[in-house]
Design a protein around this ligand. Structure first.
Ligand code: GDP
Length: 481
């Protein structure tokens, strides 16, 4: 054990209570078995049924994954252009799209969907997915092979004729009400589940449509959303989900820790930073600042809101305004990890605690790993730093996050932290109250459907069951609680 780790942390169980499969080569992906050293012990245990399901999934993935006979057979079928009923192996292909936080949330959603439907998840590696993440499944790969016959999926959008919504609209497919006897089956269907999807695409979340889609051997899925909450509203999956997740509000916590293991390069960024700046403090505070404005800032109202929230909720101490007090040797130290594209907030918070003593006598150090200026896609080190920072935030004890940000959701979910969420500023003013405690550690689904599949009319999907509610930071969003 490393003595720079506080006693609340430690090598409790490197397999995270059976969540991770044993037997991977440790050196090729250090984060997989070393994460347990850095995270606080989670109060949430994975259910025995989830563990069983994951082991079964791993066997299925190994049987049907890239380079297997069954994979080759399925690809030949796809090339022929004719659909057949699903046999042993059927697939969900996740198409890379959007910022890294969004991507991680949609991969976790696609994986849960694959678990529920006994399909195999393959991911489009995009420009950097394989530089960011290790393989999650033993003795196989989750990366879609580069010679996959459909190459145009990067351009798929709401208008793509092969989308589920458009195929329904154009009557290319139709199915009987019980979904069991499809009149025609395409070789693949594109599931457009992005924020801009249409009403017919949203039928994905209806039970009859699910029965039909179950028969389609290849589903290509593109989403920038955490669509898990709406899966909980499909009656056919209800019982299974209840068994998998007796605590409904731990889906991303467990699946995120199961799936996302930073590569050694990223793990180096994480561990070097943690050891240098965070490990020795008595308490670690994460503050994640994401400003959705066209100007880059920094903005005074954002700084005001961060300080108002942190001080009101006792996340950070007030500054006393007194002359320097001589600090005693046993004072508590707090390390603040601040993440933002801009470094203006960091400068101000750090200066504040330098120029004045705290009212409590605590020593506050403030650290910001990077200030990349603006969101950059397809740049390798940029996304590595983004992943490292989400992960570092997940290693804190107390977290303050920004409204609407999937970057913050990933951090809170991996860490199992119920953050203080800063409300979205309106009209460039800090809202009052500035923040509230999150109801759960789950991410928010920003674009859920509001449709009653049986009655075929609109409905408030945030008022149907106790564990699916509207989000704190987005009134129309849905989250598991
Ligand atoms: P969201 O837009 O906040 O929901 O989060 P995403 O992760 O999906 O997209 C934002 C992207 O902007 C990230 O993936 C990063 O590329 C970048 N970004 C935003 N905030 C930060 C930050 O605090 N640190 C770093 N390194 N990158 C950031």
């Amino acid at each position: 054990e490393n003595d720079t780790f506080p006693s609340s942390r430690g090598p409790k169980d490197k397999l995270l209570h059976g969540l991770l499969a044993a037997g991977f080569d440790e050196q090729s992906c250090l984060s997989r078995y070393h994460s347990a050293l850095y995270w606080k012990e989670s109060p949430h245990l994975p259910s025995p049924y989830l563990l069983e399901k994951l082991r079964n999934y791993e066997a299925l993935h190994k049987k049907c994954g890239p380079n297997t006979e069954l994979y080759k057979k399925s690809v030949e079928q796809l090339k022929s252009g004719h659909g057949t009923r699903v046999t042993e192996c059927s697939y969900v292909v996740w198409v890379s799209f959007s910022g890294l936080g969004n991507r991680m949330l949609s991969i976790a959603s696609a994986f849960l969907y694959a678990l529920l439907t006994n399909k195999v998840l393959l991911i489009d590696r995009g420009s950097d997915m394989d530089d960011l993440f290790c393989e999650p499944f033993p003795e196989s790969s989750w990366l879609l092979p580069l010679d996959f016959p459909i190459t145009k999926f990067g351009t798929f959008d709401i208008k793509t004729p092969e989308s589920y919504g458009n195929m329904l609209k154009n009557k290319v497919i139709s199915y009987s009400v019980d979904g069991t006897s499809p009149q025609s089956l395409p070789a693949y269907i594109y599931l457009h589940l992005s924020h801009d999807y249409g009403d017919r695409d949203k039928l994905f979340f209806c039970e009859d449509d699910q029965k039909f889609l179950q028969n389609v051997p290849w589903l290509l899925l593109r989403s920038n959303n955490y669509f898990v909450p709406s899966l909980f509203l499909i009656p056919a999956y209800e019982e299974e989900l209840r068994q998998l997740f007796p605590e409904a509000d731990t889906v991303f916590h467990h699946l995120g820790r199961y799936l996302f293991h930073p590569t050694n390069t990223v793990w180096g960024l994480i561990t070097r930073y943690f050891q240098s700046y965070l490990a020795k403090a008595d308490e670690r505070v994460g503050i994640q600042i994401r400003v959705f404005e066209t100007d880059t800032g920094p903005f005074q109202y954002v700084l005001d809101q961060i300080l108002a929230c942190s001080q009101k909720e006792k996340v950070l101490p007030d500054v006393s305004g007194q002359e320097t007090v001589v600090s005693t040797p046993n004072v508590k130290s707090k390390a603040v990890l601040l993440t933002s594209l801009n470094n203006g907030y960091f400068e101000k918070v750090r200066n504040m605690y330098w120029e004045q003593p705290t009212a409590t006598g605590e020593i506050i150090s403030v650290h910001q790993p990077s200030h990349e200026g603006y969101q950059q896609t397809e740049k390798q080190m940029h996304n590595m730093k983004a992943l490292a920072e989400m992960y570092l935030l997940s290693l804190t004890d107390v977290l303050v996050t920004s409204a609407w940000s999937t970057f913050g959701y990933v951090a809170q979910g991996l860490g199992g932290l119920q953050p203080w969420i800063l409300y979205k500023p309106d009209n460039q003013t800090a809202p009052d109250p500035p923040c509230r405690r999150a109801m759960s550690i789950e991410p928010c689904f920003h674009a859920p459907p509001f449709y009653d599949c049986k009655a075929k009319k609109g409905i408030d999907t945030g008022a149907l069951v106790p564990h699916v509610r509207h989000c704190e930071d987005m009134s129309w969003g849905l989250k598991l609680v």
